[in-house]
Design a protein around this ligand. Structure first.
Ligand SMILES: [Zn+2]
Length: 143
């Protein structure tokens, strides 16, 4: 049983690559006006050297696909009554819709409205995704 101080109920995303916490938070679409969110940047980690941690209070569901897309090595801890009740490891999603936006100006998603930006996983090692419309490749890997 691990006790996490300062959060009674919510989600702690641990083992985020140092400096990537903000980026992950942007993609997660967390409502910072209503949810209590804390980013601990550059925390000392035995595993990673430095890491970021995100704490979201009173929220028990996050989009695991988005976490898997940005930070597949993260650990998601679900906290209830100050105790971790569940630890979830994200996996790279094989397909994502409306998470990554295609940057190719000639892509149909750029010229036409209302198209679902769809990317499929093509290279697991390099976290590379391909736009299904124009074959543009996007790497989600941390530099
Ligand atoms: Zn495209």
């Amino acid at each position: 049983m691990v006790v996490v101080d300062s959060i009674k109920k919510g989600i702690v995303i641990d083992h985020i690559t140092a400096g990537r916490g903000m980026k992950l938070l942007e993609y997660l679409d967390v409502d910072t006006a209503h949810d209590t969110v804390a980013i601990i940047a550059n925390a000392v980690s035995h595993k990673l050297g430095k890491k970021d941690i995100i704490k979201i209070e009173n929220k028990v569901n996050v989009d695991m696909d988005v976490i898997g897309l940005i930070e597949p090595h993260a650990t998601v801890n679900v906290i209830e009554d100050h105790v971790i009740v569940r630890k979830v490891k994200p996996t790279l999603p094989s397909r994502v819709e409306n998470v990554i936006r295609c940057r190719n100006p000639r892509c149909v998603t750029a010229t036409e409205r209302g198209i679902v930006h769809t990317f499929v996983l093509t290279d697991e090692e390099n976290q590379e995704y391909r736009c299904i419309f124009c074959d543009e490749i996007v790497s989600m890997k941390a530099e």
